[in-house]
Write a protein that binds this ligand. Structure first.
Ligand code: C5P
Length: 218
């Protein structure tokens, strides 16, 4: 794998709807890093599975990943609860994870030259995808807060879903992501814990910025 030297690498892990994506985007913009929401890759595969269940196979995924362009991950259809739940199911499959691995590490270690580095968020980023990241964060919030945020997001997208359904879905996803055998979600010892339950987006951003600037001597 090609590895660019002197780049800044930020790795983030978090449970569903903890606000990691919003924070990671703001951090990436501030430090000019390429941002990859790795959950969207699992969602992209899940979406394709739900769309064409008959065609779903390892070869089908291989082709999809090979041709995957980052902007395809912005597809709003990937945001539905149904796709999220399916993503969490397929994420248990080690063969699928292996296919996604190099797509992620390519961006993490060899970001396009116009970027100063990379910022990835997901479930196994701090210990499997970018274990030597310069900064590692575990971003979380309590279950109800996360469910409320996800509910608001889905309502904004005009999805017909109740808060109760979202709460159940986030709970189930936590159970699956924390307890699976392969690449479970966990906070590594060397990750900084950021609990966003009572913090505004701005104060979370400033908290992380302070940690980064201090180490970078900015
Ligand atoms: O982050 P998001 O909620 O969009 O992720 C959807 C699902 O993809 C997660 O519930 C998780 O099971 C899976 N995932 C993963 N590893 C990652 C990112 C996401 O297993 N690095």
């Amino acid at each position: 794998m090609i590895k660019r030297k002197n780049i800044l690498k930020i790795a983030i892990d978090s449970p569903a709807a903890a606000g990691a994506g919003t924070l990671a985007k703001a951090i990436s913009k501030h430090y000019n890093l390429i941002y990859i929401d790795t959950g969207k890759i699992y969602r992209f595969i899940a979406y394709n599975k739900l769309k064409k269940p008959g065609k779903f196979s390892i070869n089908f995924i291989k082709k999809k990943i090979k041709n995957l362009k980052i902007k395809e991950l912005n597809n709003k259809k990937l945001l539905s609860d149904e796709v999220g739940t399916e993503a969490s199911k397929i994420a248990k499959n080690n063969n699928i994870r292996k296919l996604i691995h190099s797509f992620q590490t390519n961006f993490a270690y060899n970001p396009p030259v116009n970027y100063k580095g990379s910022c990835l968020d997901g479930r196994d980023i701090t210990y499997k995808i970018v274990p030597d990241a310069d900064f590692k964060f575990f971003i979380t919030a309590n279950l109800k807060t996360r469910a409320k945020r996800r509910y608001k997001e889905l309502k904004g997208l005009k999805k017909s879903i109740t808060y109760k359904e979202v709460l159940k879905s986030v709970k189930n996803r936590d159970k699956s992501d924390y307890n699976r055998k392969i690449s479970p979600l966990k906070k590594t010892k060397d990750s900084m814990l950021i609990n966003t339950t009572k913090l505004s987006k701005r104060s979370c951003f400033l908290k992380i910025k302070k940690i980064i600037d201090r180490k970078l001597n900015i």
